[in-house]
Design a binder for this molecule. Structure first.
Ligand code: F6R
Length: 605
């Protein structure tokens, strides 16, 4: 998704803007641009494609401005080309924008009537011309507020002014925006990650806030043009660096470090001395929670689905799951005895945030499970449980998915204990087993060469299916999602028991079908479903912890995960599926870390 950088300094800012834009590349984008004020004029440079292209343009034609804004764009209105890349400038102002202006067509017509000539197909240019128009009669803050009043939708803005060469302005409604404090310069960023290499002192703008930055001053204003004070936060240090190291790409690094991220997370939540779980201060007395509603998008939604099985198994709390983009528009019957849990790696996903906001407006208690503790979702929920996975750069979520499941599983065990629904010995046994998880993950990762061989079978396939029952069902969904997003191969995840109700029609000679069958209470049933697939010519890849030659007959490949507590099987089955998607995509020469059309932080709905 789009990313914003702004720097107000007393020395040339272009190379720092480029470096910061590179930090935002993980979000997924299709064009890039920068603007500074040089000799009293706006100097705008932009290009389609990568920040590297922009760097080359600047190498040939450097820009010397001491304040500037930069942007990576993920196309919403208008194709990804140089003309539609941000910034969008008039004679007076230059604007970078994240989000969507829903009434841009109407505003464009009004502005055209006033004589403004639009160059791009974007919704952003209306902001440029509205500001230009208001600046004829108003000061900066008033002109920005009057512009914001006209806009419908969600947005974060970075703005430069021809007549104020040392000022960078920012404004937000809906989309996140952070201000960073440096010793001799100040910063604007669409997320704190991009600012981290320059400062760890941050202030987050709230909806309706405006900021004006110079190299030695930061001012905040509200929507009534009144100066306001804002809290300065110190960002946490990441224990894991966001460098690739010796790995070919971030995704293989992130898959291969899961034993370590899981170990870190377990250490954070398991009290080594008391052997208990360190989760206290629930926003509702856990004994009084009548229902848990888990909400997320994409991979995060799949982790919610695994949690439903664990919570139902371990506690008496009834559990519902919801996709954030659906939840936010339904007529939900909110209840103060329910706990609403939001799962999000980035903590910035627009739909998940909107669903959280709806809960807040209805005065119900919220908990968030996030990777980025400084994120909007974390900051706005009553209770935060971090997953401690370190920065996840690959667009396809891997270690964050495992981390989300882990925290949800730990939460389920904790709730069963505090509600008195588990015996002391079972509680301790679950914790004891959980501590073995990092080694079990390592053991599974050590078999990755086998997956490389299996991946070849998918190269000429026209699709693939992933089937599982119980806790393996969400993992089947996740396996299919990973394969589609990385290798662009059509894939379906299904509960194995649903096959006869339609999808069995898809099975034909040679179709790869991944069967997830750990030795749990569903095992025999899943194996029967597998036989039905084999009978119709499906090429089965069986993932199981049951070493049984008879069952493996007629199976193309069997991948054995280590035997473990049944509740841990989802973690172990996920690993070969991540590797499978990775290797199929590699064989097809797909861009592993930045799959086409996708973004890491989905800040528009
Ligand atoms: C898939 C993937 C996405 C995200 C989804 C939610 O690999 O990464 O499906 O899971 O966009 O993102 P977060 O977790 O940041 O809310």
């Amino acid at each position: 998704m789009c990313g914003i950088i702004g720097i107000a300094s007393n020395k040339s800012v272009s190379s720092n803007i480029i470096q910061s834009l590179k930090k935002l590349e993980y979000r997924g984008y299709d064009s890039a641009g920068i603007a500074t004020i040089v000799n009293g004029n706006i100097d705008e440079k932009k290009c389609s494609g990568r920040v590297d292209n922009l760097e080359k343009i600047l190498f040939k034609n450097p820009t010397k401005g001491v304040s500037g804004i930069g942007h990576v764009r993920w196309a919403t209105h208008g194709i990804p080309n140089t003309l539609n890349a941000h910034p969008h400038s008039s004679e007076e102002v230059s604007v970078v924008h994240n989000g969507i202006i829903e009434n841009s067509n109407q505003l464009k017509q009004d502005l055209e009537k006033k004589g403004y000539k639009f160059k791009s197909q974007t919704d952003t240019e209306v902001i440029t011309f509205l500001l230009t128009d208001f600046l004829k009669n108003l000061d900066l803050v008033d002109a920005i507020n009057k512009t914001l009043d006209k806009l419908h939708g969600s947005f974060a803005l970075g703005i430069l002014f021809k007549k104020h060469k040392d000022i960078v302005a920012g404004a937000r409604r809906g989309s996140p925006l952070a201000v960073g404090y440096g010793p001799k310069e100040n910063y604007l960023g669409s997320d704190s990650y991009a600012l981290k290499s320059m400062t760890n002192k941050i202030t987050y703008l709230d909806d309706g806030d405006i900021c004006l930055l110079t190299n030695n001053r930061i001012e905040f204003y509200n929507s009534k043009n009144k100066k306001i004070n804002k809290e300065i936060l110190t960002l946490s240090n990441d224990k894991h660096t966001a460098e690739k190291g010796d790995y070919k790409d971030f995704m293989s690094k992130e898959i291969n470090e899961q034993n370590i991220t899981v170990k870190t997370c377990i250490k954070e939540y398991i009290d080594q001395i008391r052997k208990g779980i360190n989760i206290y201060n629930f926003p509702i007395n856990p004994k009084e929670i009548q229902k848990i509603i888990l909400i997320g998008c994409g991979t995060a939604f799949h982790s919610c689905l695994t949690a439903k099985y664990w919570l139902e198994e371990l506690t008496s709390i009834s559990t519902e799951i919801d996709i954030a983009s659906e939840f936010r528009y339904r007529k939900i019957k909110f209840n103060k005895k329910y706990l609403y849990i939001f799962v999000s790696q980035s903590g910035e996903t627009a739909d998940t945030f909107a669903a959280l906001d709806l809960c807040k407006k209805n005065n119900v208690k919220t908990c968030s499970i996030v990777n980025v503790v400084e994120s909007s979702i974390a900051r706005n929920s009553d209770f935060v449980l971090p997953i401690h996975a370190g920065p996840e750069i690959g667009v396809a979520s891997t270690k964050a998915f495992i981390g989300q499941m882990l925290v949800l599983y730990i939460l389920a065990i904790k709730l069963s204990e505090v509600r008195g629904e588990i015996s002391k010995s079972d509680y301790e046994k679950n914790i004891f087993d959980l501590k073995k998880l990092p080694d079990l993950i390592k053991e599974t990762l050590d078999q990755q060469d086998k997956i490389q061989i299996i991946a070849k079978d998918f190269l000429n396939a026209k699709g693939a299916m992933f089937l599982g029952r119980g806790l393996s069902f969400p993992i089947a969904l996740e396996g299919a999602l990973k394969l589609k997003e990385l290798s662009y191969l059509h894939a379906e995840g299904y509960p194995a028991g649903e096959m006869k109700h339609g999808p069995l029609a898809l099975i034909e000679e040679g179709l790869p079908v991944v069967i997830l069958a750990p030795k749990d209470r569903y095992f025999e049933k899943t194996i029967s479903n597998m036989q039905e697939v084999i009978a119709r010519g499906g090429k089965v890849i069986l993932i199981t912890n049951e070493n049984n030659k008879i069952i493996s007959e007629n199976v193309r490949f069997t991948f054995e995960i280590p035997a473990a507590n049944n509740n841990l099987a989802p973690f172990l089955m996920t690993i070969p599926l991540q590797l499978l998607a990775y290797h199929v995509a590699s064989l097809k020469n797909c861009d592993i870390d930045k799959p086409r059309n996708l973004a890491k932080s989905v800040t528009v709905e």
